[in-house]
Design a protein around this ligand. Structure first.
Ligand code: MLT
Length: 259
C-alpha cells in the first residue's frame, strides 16, 4: 500500500497482527530485505515494513535528512492508526534513522534493535566522499553505488543470486533518493549520547564478517547503552537478516518475546 506522507507516496507493507514491530532498511536498499524476517516471525506480530522515501517503491524528494526519515515513520504509523509504542528494528542507515527517531519521538518506542549499523558520525573524509558519490549518482545513476557496494554488502561466501538480486534493487533506486540519503548520512550527528541515555531494551546484532559496519562498532554501541544485548552472527556480512534469515528471526523473536 502507499500513503501520502510529507509530500511523497511512501510504500509500506503490513503483515500479521499483534504487537507492532517496524523494520527500517539500509542504503540504498528496500523493505524487501525484511521479507524473510516478517514471514519467519509468523502472524503474532504486526510487522510494518516501509520503503524509506527515495528507496524501493516509495516516491523520492530532492532533500531528506535523518529528521525527515524519522518523521516519515511516525506519520506513517499515525496514518496506519498505530498509536502503540513500537519495537523498532533498523539495519545500517535504518539504524541511523532509528536512533534519530529515538531522539525525536521517544514516546513512540518500546524497544530498539540495531542491526549491522554504527552510532558514531562520519569522519570528515567519509562525509566528503559521500558528497562526491551523491554528485556522481545524480550525473550517472544509482548503478554507481550498486556496483561499489554489492561486494562489501555480503560475506564472501554469500550466494551469487543474493548479490545479483540486491545489485538490481540498489541500481533501481531513484538517483534523487540515493543522493538525498548520502547527504543525510554525511550530516548525521553522533548518536552515542542517545545510546547512553536510552532507557529501552536494546538488541544489537552484527554479522561477524560485516565489512561496512564491523563488529567493533556494535561492541561499542552495546557497551554504551544501559540495557543492551549483543549478538555476533557467525558467517554473516552486512546483510545479516538476508544472509541468515532463520537465525536472525529467532534472535528477534526471543528479544520481542521477552519484552
Ligand atoms: C547502509 O548499508 O545503510 C549504508 O552502507 C550505511 C553507510 O554507508 O554508512
Amino acid at each position: 500500500m502507499h500513503r501520502l506522507i510529507g509530500g511523497v507516496e511512501l510504500y509500506c507493507e503490513v503483515h500479521g497482527e499483534g504487537e507492532p514491530v517496524v523494520f527500517l532498511h539500509g542504503f540504498p536498499l528496500s523493505g524487501r530485505m525484511w521479507d524473510a524476517t516478517a514471514a519467519a516471525l509468523g502472524g503474532g506480530f504486526r510487522c510494518i515494513v516501509p520503503d524509506l522515501r527515495g528507496h524501493g517503491r516509495s516516491g523520492a524528494s530532492e532533500h531528506a535528512g535523518m529528521a525527515r526519515y524519522a518523521d516519515d515513520v511516525v506519520e506513517l504509523l499515525d496514518a496506519l492508526d498505530e498509536r502503540r509504542p513500537v519495537a523498532l528494528v533498523g539495519l545500517s542507515m535504518g539504524g541511523y534513522v532509528a536512533l534519530e527517531l529515538a531522539r525525536r519521538h521517544p514516546e513512540r518506542l518500546r524497544a530498539l534493535a540495531l542491526v549491522d549499523t554504527r552510532a558514531g558520525p562520519d569522519s570528515d573524509d567519509a562525509a566528503a566522499g559521500r558528497l562526491e558519490t551523491a554528485a556522481r549518482v545524480l550525473a550517472e545513476g544509482s548503478w554507481v553505488v550498486a556496483d561499489s557496494m554489492v561486494d562489501r554488502l555480503f560475506a564472501p561466501d554469500a550466494p551469487a543470486a543474493l548479490r545479483e538480486q540486491w545489485r538490481a534493487i540498489m541500481a533501481a533506486t531513484p538517483p534523487t533518493g540515493a543522493a538525498a540519503a548520502l547527504l543525510a548520512m554525511a550530516e548525521r550527528p553522533d548518536s552515542f549520547p542517545t545510546l547512553r541515555a536510552l532507557r529501552l531494551p536494546l538488541l544489537v546484532v552484527v554479522g561477524e564478517e560485516d565489512a561496512i559496519t564491523p563488529p567493533d562498532e556494535s561492541r561499542r554501541m552495546a557497551e554504551a547503552a544501559p540495557h543492551a544485548r549483543l549478538v555476533v552472527v557467525p558467517g554473516a556480512g552486512h546483510m545479516t537478516p538476508a544472509e541468515r534469515p532463520a537465525e536472525f528471526a529467532a534472535l528477534l523473536r526471543d528479544f520481542l518475546g521477552a519484552l
